[in-house]
Every structure is written in structure tokens, then in C-alpha cells.
Design a protein around this ligand. Structure first.
Ligand SMILES: [Zn+2]
Ligand SMILES: [Zn+2]
Length: 221
């Protein structure tokens, strides 16, 4: 898939002609981001740069913030399907580490669970995570959090003061994948008798015909 910006039209699933009433899911996009303080961009679509050095932020006073724009890298999921991730995250210095908050959108290619047509769609995730430093920014001393009940599984900032969002965003993306994706709310699916895509054309299978026609036909017979 290509990593086009959210403002671009959704790619059509395939080149086949569609009936006029075919509609794609409405695109709800976040407003344009304001001024960017930190901006990372990948050189190639397939590489992923979701790491930010927060050394200066850790030296700042509690409450200091940075804005981190995630713009277009492809996020490879465990299932192998790529997704573009875009959004704007706020990095806030807390008394213990860095609080990452904001929202990101994931664009993904899906296969409709009703009609089996491929389609592209966007999902949004609210990010709310705290990252704790492994070393004290002032003294260089190693920091341990596991003993005080704050959780060994908390995201950590490495010894080079790099905060890596890759795994975090991958988890959010996995959570945003719908269990049964549908190309549109009123997708009619495929006829289980003949396999016709009922969004494209009505099939002639008896049990799926309009009941009113059935009544008419019985009157005629
Ligand atoms: Zn469908
Ligand atoms: Zn049919």
C-alpha cells in the first residue's frame, strides 16, 4: 500500500467499474497540526522512525512539553499488514518521566468480512502512555522502578535518552483493527447461494428476492 496523506482520496479497491451507489466510509480526519517543534520523517516509505531524543525535555522543568509529529511511516504489524500512521503527539515532562498523549490515525487495507472486497480505511487511536528514563539525566545513575510497584512493563527511555514509540504505536494499531471490518455499514455481502456480490447487482436466487415479488409471482401462477 502507499502511504498517502489523509487528505488524499481513499484508493479504490480495484479497477473494476462500480455501480453508482457504491460508497466508501466517511473519512473523519483530525484538524491540521499547528507549529511543529520536532518533526521526524522517514526517507523511504518502508522504514520507520518513531524514536525521539528527549534528553533536553528531561532537563526541563515538570510541565514542559514538546510536540512530536508522526507523519507517514509504515507500521508493520504482527500479521504482516502494513499501516500508515499519522498524528500529533504531545510529550510532557512529568516528575518521573515523559507523558505521551494525543491521537494518531492508522490507515490500513482490509478485506470486507461481508462481501470480501478489499478497501482502505482509517482508524483513530488515543495515545496515553508514560515513559520512564532508565538513567537519571543529571547524574547518569541507573534508575529502577520495578521495586516500587509502578510496574516493570512501563515504557522506558533508553540510556541514550531515546524514547521509542514503535512498539507502543504498534500495540495501538493492533487494538484499532476491527474484528470484522466492513467496507460500508450497509454492505449487502455476497449471496451464499451463487456468490454474487449483492452490492454490485441483485442475484436471481429465490430466497434472496424481495418478498413482494414472491407474492406477485404466486398470484400469477
Ligand atoms: Zn462489503
Ligand atoms: Zn444468489
Amino acid at each position: 500500500m502507499t502511504c498517502s496523506p489523509p487528505s488524499a482520496p481513499l484508493p479504490k479497491p480495484d479497477a473494476a467499474p462500480r455501480s453508482a451507489d457504491r460508497q466508501y466510509p466517511a473519512l473523519v480526519l483530525p484538524p491540521a497540526p499547528p507549529a511543529i517543534l520536532i518533526r521526524l520523517r522517514t526517507d523511504t516509505a518502508m522504514s520507520l522512525q518513531l524514536q525521539v531524543n528527549v534528553a533536553q525535555l528531561l532537563k526541563d522543568a515538570v510541565g514542559a512539553t514538546r510536540t512530536f509529529e508522526v507523519d507517514g511511516p509504515e507500521l508493520e504489524s504482527d500479521d504482516g499488514s502494513p499501516a500508515c500512521v499519522q498524528g500529533k503527539l504531545r510529550l510532557t515532562r512529568t516528575d518521573r518521566g515523559v507523558w505521551v498523549s494525543g491521537s494518531v490515525t492508522f490507515s490500513s487495507d482490509y478485506v470486507c468480512s461481508r462481501c470480501l472486497a478489499p478497501f482502505a480505511s482509517w482508524g483513530e487511536a488515543k495515545v496515553d502512555d508514560v515513559f520512564l528514563p532508565n538513567v537519571d539525566i543529571a547524574t547518569g545513575a541507573k534508575l529502577r522502578y520495578h521495586d516500587d510497584g509502578s510496574g516493570a512493563d512501563l515504557n522506558s527511555i533508553d540510556e541514550q535518552h531515546v524514547l521509542d514509540l514503535t512498539d507502543t504505536l504498534r500495540q495501538y494499531r493492533l487494538a484499532a483493527i476491527p474484528m470484522a471490518p466492513v467496507c460500508r455499514e450497509d454492505c449487502k455481502g455476497i449471496c451464499p447461494e451463487c456468490g454474487t456480490n449483492l452490492n454490485e447487482v441483485a442475484c436471481s436466487c429465490e430466497r434472496y428476492q424481495d418478498q413482494r415479488w414472491t407474492v406477485l409471482r404466486e398470484l400469477l401462477e
